[in-house]
Design a protein around this ligand. Structure first.
Ligand SMILES: Nc1nc2c(c(=O)[nH]1)N[C@H]1C(S)=C(S)[C@@H](COP(=O)(O)OP(=O)(O)OC[C@H]3O[C@@H](n4cnc5c(=O)[nH]c(N)nc54)[C@H](O)[C@@H]3O)O[C@H]1N2
Ligand SMILES: Nc1nc2c(c(=O)[nH]1)N[C@H]1C(S)=C(S)[C@@H](COP(=O)(O)OP(=O)(O)OC[C@H]3O[C@@H](n4cnc5c(=O)[nH]c(N)nc54)[C@H](O)[C@@H]3O)O[C@H]1N2
Ligand code: SF4
Ligand SMILES: [Mo]
Length: 764
């Protein structure tokens, strides 16, 4: 049954205490406090005691009740031959889903089933427990939304630093703050984004530089706005680097002592014709020189890139050139610069950033950071490669809506022999699956994320439920436990005695767990469920789902023992991990799990590279850089506009909120367009246009705005969702318009920000 559409609480009679939790609408996961009423969040405020966000929250957090009131699925659903769904009880669903997955595995091997998702902006525990299910089935391929944005950047980082790694900016201390294809005023991406931007913009000694074809909210505050031609970033970034080299604004001491192969990079940019590249980037050359000099002469520079370059032509090259900006100027491992950081889940979220030897079925594309390119799913399923995918487990993600080419994604889902979706609501993807298993929302269960990206102090936050669970849905750890058991991968005999050990405390348990893993190596891959079943019941306050975090706390303490000790934890080996885990359970508003000074960056690099140096030269990309010279802008006369499909606006939050009523303004998500283009098309503000791409067509109102460059138009992300069983679809689902073939040659990230389009006034 799909629950009736509940309106968020309006006339609120708050009950109970303020309870700590977090906002789940973006990766910042700001700590919030909530009061609940009538089964929903009624009052929400920033939590001053949260060590990361310290009371900060943006306006979106105020609308979280709309997330909680999404139309729910309250029972497992089975697809009928006619495409409709019927409720089945949990025992039937688990048995049939296990049998369906086992059937695909037995016929075609575990590698023919792929896993997609595993967590969204606020929930990563499902993905942890799913690892056990994946192991039980012998699955080898996984992907998620990161593999349509960040994998190119991960690939570069792995090359520069030589191992599992990820960097973080430090805008609070930076003299010069640079944003490349990133609009943090609206999209955040680091904590306290708005006050930090205001502080930089308001200080005459500091400089805000924004590279964006649009005068975004952030660009409007900038000291220097480089209003690049859409897709022209590689030229602009190459020109900036060339100015640094030609005017010798490099940090030679840093390059000599801390890096390798800088000469190759310098050689590749030295002869770039700055005036010509600035022209091709669509920007006046003097402004390019001014920006480069500002970066080259600053005492500290922090830079953050995002979708504007990661989902546009030359995506991975762009990421590389962005990183060379801070590298050539020595803005690394210092306050106000780029730094590495600890991870609570080492090797987890952005682990194994290196590419693996495996290749994506059907396309042969790289697997980076453990993820195959998300945009290749249709080819990997619909190809005639014998190794093609035939089954899928999709959890906490909506790829039919969020991957390029939704029509082809529906075809792909239909071609799978078996698929299961785990979600809170009947999404566009769920309604293509063989089975849908209903999950609790993030306010009804224990949750956390591994978006722990801070330096020098890094924060982890396990959130307890703040609302009671409705009958029917289950938390993901329990769903995965049941499936693993139904597959027969784990027996009571495997676990014998571990639950008794758990009752005697973490020290006794740790020893018993280690012994059991050595005695039965097949349990290693199932460890999250082993922990859930044995340690879980012994944890206080029903925090069973936190059990797998014990293993992560142990790995974190082992990998970053000094950092963890500096954060105030004591003990050696297992004892240090236990101390960390106890804090996970105790600190309901989040806590600092690691504290460092900047020198530690070099120690981390030495772990992978005895030289302790950053390797700057990536020959494949230096070749692409050189070949820019022969690349000239071409415009297809049939599709003269560049559409950015998926801009972040104040009322977008991926597909986390389905009720269109949450948007007080811009209900249809207007197409933004420059006044010049509107004049040429004889359009007035609010008028309807028909926009057509090579893939599809939509009708949408226009918003005429000076913030757009001529020739560039943009649509917001997260619109075009169904609401309720037969509810309306409001706004444009952008991926009805995008193509999966336009994607990065290295990482396969799709170019959502650069979709050729034509626009005409809609016939009335
Ligand atoms: N309000 C809100 N915030 C969010 C989200 C949300 O849905 N809503 N989503 C979250 C998620 S998942 C992510 S990944 C982040 C994304 O955060 P951002 O990447 O900052 O968000 P976008 O608006 O998609 O794109 C950033 C900018 O890229 C610009 N751009 C377009 N084409 C080009 C180009 O060719 N070159 C350059 N240099 N810039 C270009 C756009 O004009 C836009 O201002 O936001 C997070 N925060
Ligand atoms: N054209 C275009 N496409 C884009 C983008 C773009 O800019 N343009 N942006 C891309 C980016 S950066 C991203 S990050 C992706 C995001 O796209 P997806 O990875 O598909 O993520 P969401 O839309 O956030 O979907 C999250 C799903 O989790 C479900 N959910 C919420 N809470 C829970 C829970 O507790 N448990 C479970 N099991 N499910 C839950 C929600 O109902 C929803 O179905 O979209 C990408 N797609
Ligand atoms: S910045 Fe992100 S996590 Fe923080 S309140 Fe806004 S949407 Fe929520
Ligand atoms: Mo994202």
């Amino acid at each position: 049954m799909v629950a009736g559409v509940v309106s968020p609480v309006s006339a609120v009679r708050p009950i109970g205490e303020w309870q700590p939790t977090a906002c789940v609408l973006c990766a910042c996961n700001c700590g919030i406090e909530v009061q609940v009423a009538e089964g929903n969040l009624a009052r929400i405020k920033g939590d001053k005691a949260h060590p990361g966000s310290q009371g900060y929250a943006c306006e979106k957090a105020q609308r979280l009740a709309y997330y909680q009131s999404n139309p729910r699925i309250l029972a497992p659903m089975r697809r009928r031959p006619d495409g409709s769904y019927e409720e089945v009880d949990w025992d039937v669903a688990i048995a049939e889903v296990a049998a369906g997955l086992a059937g695909v595995r037995d016929a075609h091997g575990g590698a023919s089933i792929f896993y997609y998702g595993g967590g969204g902006q606020g929930n990563h525990l499902g993905g942890v427990y799913a690892r056990a299910l994946r192991s039980a089935l012998g699955m080898r391929f996984a992907s998620n939304a990161l593999a349509q944005e960040k994998t190119g950047e991960f690939w570069i980082d792995a090359h520069l630093f030589g191992h599992v790694t990820h960097t973080t900016p430090d805008f609070e201390r930076a003299q010069v703050a640079v944003f490349v294809g990133k609009n943090p005023w609206m999209a955040h991406g680091f904590s306290h984004a708005r006050p930090t931007l205001k502080a930089v913009a308001g200080d005459p000694d500091r400089t805000l530089i924004v590279i964006d074809p649009r005068r975004s909210e952030t660009a409007a505050m900038a000291d220097i706005h480089l209003q690049v031609r859409p897709g022209g970033d590689a030229f602009l970034l190459a020109a900036l680097l060339a100015v640094l080299v030609q005017e010798d604004l490099l940090d030679h001491v840093f390059l000599d002592e801390r890096t390798e192969n800088a000469d190759e990079v310098i050689g590749a940019v030295r002869d770039v014709d700055v005036a010509e590249y600035a022209r091709r980037a669509g920007i006046g050359v003097e402004l390019v020189r001014t920006a480069a000099r500002r970066i080259g002469n600053a005492s500290s520079v922090s830079i953050l890139e995002d979708l504007g370059i990661q989902q546009a032509p030359h995506s991975t090259l762009n990421s590389y050139l962005e990183k060379l900006l801070w590298a050539l100027t020595g803005n690394f491992a210092r306050p106000g610069c780029t730094n590495l950081h600890t991870q609570f889940a080492p090797g987890g979220l952005v682990g194994r950033s290196r590419e693996s030897r495996r290749r994506t079925p059907g396309t042969g594309e790289r697997v980076i950071g453990g993820m195959f390119p998300a945009a290749s799913i249709p080819e990997a399923v619909l190809s005639d490669d014998p190794a093609r995918f035939r089954g899928a487990i999709i959890e906490s993600s909506n790829p039919v809506h969020s991957l390029p080419d939704s029509p082809r994604m529906r075809e792909t889902m239909a071609a799978l022999h078996f698929s299961v979706v785990i979600d809170i609501t009947m999404t566009e993807t769920a309604s293509c699956a063989s089975y849908v298993l209903p999950a609790l929302t993030q306010y009804e269960k224990y949750e956390c994320t591994f978006f722990n990206f801070e330096f020098p102090r890094n924060v982890f936050h396990l959130r307890a439920p703040v609302l009671p669970s409705p009958d029917g849905p289950l938390a993901e750890p329990e769903i995965h436990r049941r499936l693993v058991r139904a597959l027969g991968a784990l027996t009571d005999e495997d676990l014998g005695g571990l639950d008794a050990a758990a009752k005697q405390g973490l020290d006794v348990y740790a020893a018993a767990f280690a012994e059991r893993m050595t005695a039965r190596p097949h349990l290693t891959g199932l460890a999250p469920i082993v922990l859930y079943e044995t340690l879980g019941p012994a944890l206080p306050d029903g925090a069973r789902a936190a059990a797998a975090l014990w293993g992560m706390a142990q790995m974190c303490a082992a990998g970053y023992s000094d950092s963890v000790r500096r954060a105030g934890f004591e003990g050696d080996g297992v004892a240090l991990g236990n101390a960390l885990f106890e804090a996970v359970l105790r600190e309901r508003r989040g806590f600092v799990f690691s504290a460092d000074d900047h020198e530690v960056n070099w120690e981390w690099i030495r772990r992978a590279r005895p030289s302790g140096r950053i390797d700057l030269a990536i020959s494949e990309l230096l070749e692409e850089l050189v070949s820019l010279e022969d690349e000239h802008e071409t415009v297809d006369p049939d599709f003269p506009f560049v559409l950015s499909a998926g801009e972040r606006r104040t009322n977008t939050a991926m597909t986390l909120i389905r009720d269109p009523a949450w948007r007080k303004r811009d209900p249809l998500g207007a197409l933004r367009m420059s006044p010049q283009d509107a004049r040429a098309l004889e359009l007035i503000d609010g008028e309807l246009v028909t926009l057509t791409t090579r893939r599809g067509s939509c009708t949408t109102p226009v918003e005429i705005t000076e913030t757009m460059r001529a020739g560039h138009v943009s649509l917001p992300n997260g619109y075009g969702l169904t609401y309720g069983a037969d509810g309306p679809v409001t706004g444009v689902a952008t991926n009805e318009l995008t193509e999966s073939s336009r994607r990065d040659p290295i990482a396969g990230t799709p170019w959502h920000k650069n979709v050729p389009a034509r626009i005409v006034r809609a016939s009335s």
